[in-house]
Ligand binder design. Sequence first.
Ligand SMILES: NC(=O)c1ccc[n+]([C@@H]2O[C@H](COP(=O)([O-])OP(=O)(O)OC[C@H]3O[C@@H](n4cnc5c(N)ncnc54)[C@H](O)[C@@H]3O)[C@@H](O)[C@H]2O)c1
Length: 276
Amino acid sequence: MTVDRGTRPARRPVPATRTPEDGLTAAPVNGSADVDHDTTDTATRPVPEATVARLAVYLRVLTTLLAEGRGTVSSEELAADAGVNSAKLRKDLSLIGSSGVRGVGYDVSRLVAEVEATLGLTRPHAVALVGVGNLGHALAGYGGFAARGFPVAALFDVDPALVGTTLDGVVVEHADTIPRVCAERGVTIGVVATPAPAAQQVCDHLVAAGVRSILNFAPTVLVVPAGVEVRKVDLAVEMQVLSFHVARRHGTVPAAGTAAGPATTPRQTPREAVSR
Ligand SMILES: NC(=O)c1ccc[n+]([C@@H]2O[C@H](COP(=O)([O-])OP(=O)(O)OC[C@H]3O[C@@H](n4cnc5c(N)ncnc54)[C@H](O)[C@@H]3O)[C@@H](O)[C@H]2O)c1
C-alpha cells in the first residue's frame, strides 16, 4: 500500500536510560516524555520500506488493542499478533523513536499516535477508485478503508451502465472527469482497477489531477513521472510465492542453477518479466 511517511516533529534528546540493543528503557511508562524515546533525531533517519510495511501491520494490531481498552502491550504479544519476532519489532519501533519499558511494555495509545504520525495518517487521505467492475465494486464497498483513514471520495468508470449509479453514497462519474473531480475533492490516492490496456491512461489522468500516490491492481507496469509513487498489488504473485514455499517444503524446488530452461520462460514477454 502507498505510504505517505509525512513529517514528524523532531524528538528531544534523552538521557542514557535506554538500552539501544533491544529498544527498551528503564523509565516508567507514564514517566517524563524525555525518558522513553530514542537518543537520535529519528525525524531525519530513513525508515526502510520493509519496516514501513510492518508498521502498518503493527498499527492494525494496536488499534484493536486500543479499542479493547488496553493500556500497555509487551513487545512479545505485539510481535506475536503481528506475526514477526519480537527483536525485529523492537528494532522497527526504535527506528521511529518508540520504545517500551522493561517489564511493562509499550503504551498503546502513545504507540498508535507515533506509528500514525510516521505513516502520515494524522489526516485522512481521500481515495479515487477508477474501474468499478468486479474488483472495484468489492473495494469501494469495503468499509474498512474509511475506518482506517482512507475514505473513498470518488468513483470513475467509462461504462454508461455504471456512470451515474451510486455505490455506498458515492456517485460513479465518467473517467473523463478524473482531473476536475480529483482536484475538487482533494484526492491524494488513486486506485486503478481497470483492465490493463486502460490503466496507463487512467494513471496519466490521475497524475494530471495532482495525485501522487497510486495503487495499481491492473497487471501492467505503469510509467509515472518522478515524485509519483506506484504500489502494485498482484494476488497471483503472492500465490506464486506461496506455491514456491509449498514446493520447497515438498522438496520439489530444484537447487539454484539447476532449473531447466532459461530464467524467463519462452511464454514471458520482457514486459511480463519486469512486472513480476
Ligand atoms: N491485482 C490483483 O490481485 C487483481 C485481482 C483481480 C483483478 N485484477 C485486475 O483488476 C482489474 C479489474 O478486474 P475486474 O475483474 O474488476 O474487471 P472488470 O472487467 O469487472 O472491471 C473493469 C472495469 O473497468 C472499467 N473500465 C474500462 N476502461 C476504463 C477506463 N478507461 N476508465 C475507467 N474505467 C474503465 C470497465 O468499464 C469495468 O467496469 C483487471 O485489470 C484485473 O486484471 C487484479
